[in-house]
Design a protein around this ligand. Structure first.
Ligand SMILES: [Zn+2]
Length: 432
């Protein structure tokens, strides 16, 4: 009698507990029941949730399990941003331990890359080996195409340089023709994907950040009548990286998108592209289709290598930016006024500068020849340099050093914009 009463009590209380926990956890259970979960260390190269985007606003919901069996519930939707020729950007949230924070997913040709915050700290889920956003593959195939005729091309370049009385630097051309463009440095782990604590990486690389702008921002630009860039998509910024040095850290580029997303609630537009591989492709087409066009080919390759493919540390950042501007004016004059151009290097310059931008130039408020200075050069020595320089181009100025903001002039430790005037100017200029 006593026994069965106790048992009934136990059963009753168990039932109660389960009812309580059910009603409490109901939402969570329902949400998670339909969500596939994957262990990070056992992910295939291209998991289902990282398939190409086919529809605008497409949603992706999935759970990733860490080695410590922590659950990361991602809830993302595709954005209008174009990243190297395709819609590759998804933005939303990650929920872990009941806390929801921001998350970004970028889709490459051979997998994905996730960037998110957990307990206020930045993390990444990185592909083990290099993730290709389409740029590497194109660049590699073009350089291989040129290298396959290396002795012939070396000869015509040598002759061409001599006839133009230019100094032929065989090492420079060799460096440029080096077909090992993708350095597949893999972690010793067998896994396709690894969870990386970004916070630890940042502190190593940003301590000596230095930036220079041609024009500094001021509050007047908010009220002044600016000659805005207007593209087919309104003021949606188009950013063309003509040159990206091999192994440039992708985090430094994706931080451009992430720094805009922070203050636009995900309603950001940006079109990031790169003409570099296409320029080389066109150069080879010119040579192969018309043997008489040798001179034109030599000129194009020498312009390209002189402007970009050399030891960038030998120059001052301002020389580098002039070279970029001259190259664009010569080959892409039809894009002046529509694109912001950038060139990205793995080294800092002689003058110790890590990034140099034409401030105000995208809007034409600055007074300098606007289209010509809508450009910037940046190194990936600091992970926030590209985001900082891009913000200068669309009107942001330096902020107080004491503010933990992406626009402080040195030692940047965040991608976030916190200065209300900068945010207002950038939103206005990007039509957001
Ligand atoms: Zn700056």
């Amino acid at each position: 009698m006593k026994k069965s009463k106790t048992l009934r009590l136990v059963v009753l209380s168990l039932l109660l507990v389960s009812i309580i926990s059910c009603s409490k956890e109901d939402d969570k259970i329902n949400v998670q029941q339909n969500v596939a979960s994957f262990s990070i260390s056992k992910l295939p190269e291209i998991p289902e949730f990282a398939r190409s985007i086919s529809v605008d606003g497409e949603e992706r919901k999935f759970i990733l399990l860490t080695e410590k069996d922590e659950e990361l519930l991602f809830n993302l939707s595709s954005k209008k941003a174009q990243y190297f020729g395709k819609k590759r950007v998804l933005y939303g949230t990650v929920t872990s331990g009941g806390i929801t924070e921001n998350a970004f997913m970028y889709l490459g040709e051979n997998g994905f890359y996730l960037s998110f915050t957990k307990d206020g700290k930045p993390y990444e889920i990185e592909k083990n080996g290099r993730l290709d956003f389409g740029y590497d593959y194109l660049m590699k195939s073009n350089i291989e195409r040129i290298s396959s005729k290396k002795s012939y091309i070396m000869k015509i370049l040598k002759d061409g340089y001599r006839s133009k009385k230019l100094v032929f630097d065989e090492n420079m051309i060799n460096k440029f023709l080096n077909p090992v463009f993708i350095n597949e440095t893999k972690n010793a782990s067998e896994a396709n994907y690894l969870l990386v604590d970004v916070g630890l990486q940042d502190h190593k690389s940003i301590d000596t950040y230095k930036c220079q702008t041609e024009l500094l921002n001021d509050q007047k630009s908010l009220s002044s009548e600016c000659d805005f860039f207007d593209t087919k998509e309104g003021r949606r910024p188009k950013l063309d990286f003509i040159y990206i040095e091999k192994n440039f850290k992708k985090k430094a580029i994706t931080n451009v998108i992430e720094s805009i997303a922070e203050f636009t609630d995900g309603e950001f537009f940006i079109d990031i592209t790169s003409s570099g591989p296409h320029f080389l492709e066109e150069s080879m087409d010119i040579l192969e289709n018309d043997p008489e066009a040798v001179d034109e080919f030599v000129e194009r390759i020498s312009d390209y290598t002189n402007a970009f493919a050399h030891d960038s540390a030998a120059d001052d950042s301002s020389d580098q930016k002039i070279k970029l501007n001259n190259f664009y004016k010569k080959y892409y004059s039809d894009r002046l006024g529509e694109y912001v151009f950038g060139a990205l290097f793995g080294k800092i310059w002689n003058d110790g500068i890590r990034g140099l931008a034409g401030g105000h130039s995208w809007s034409g408020c600055g007074g300098s020849p606007r289209y010509e200075s809508a450009s910037f050069v940046a190194s990936d020595a600091g992970l926030y340099t590209v985001a900082h320089e891009f913000a200068h181009v669309v009107g942001a100025g330096h902020t107080e050093r004491s503010l933990n903001d992406v626009m402080i002039p040195s030692r940047i430790k965040t991608r976030e914009h916190k200065n209300a005037i900068n945010i207002e100017i950038m939103k206005k200029r990007m039509d957001l």
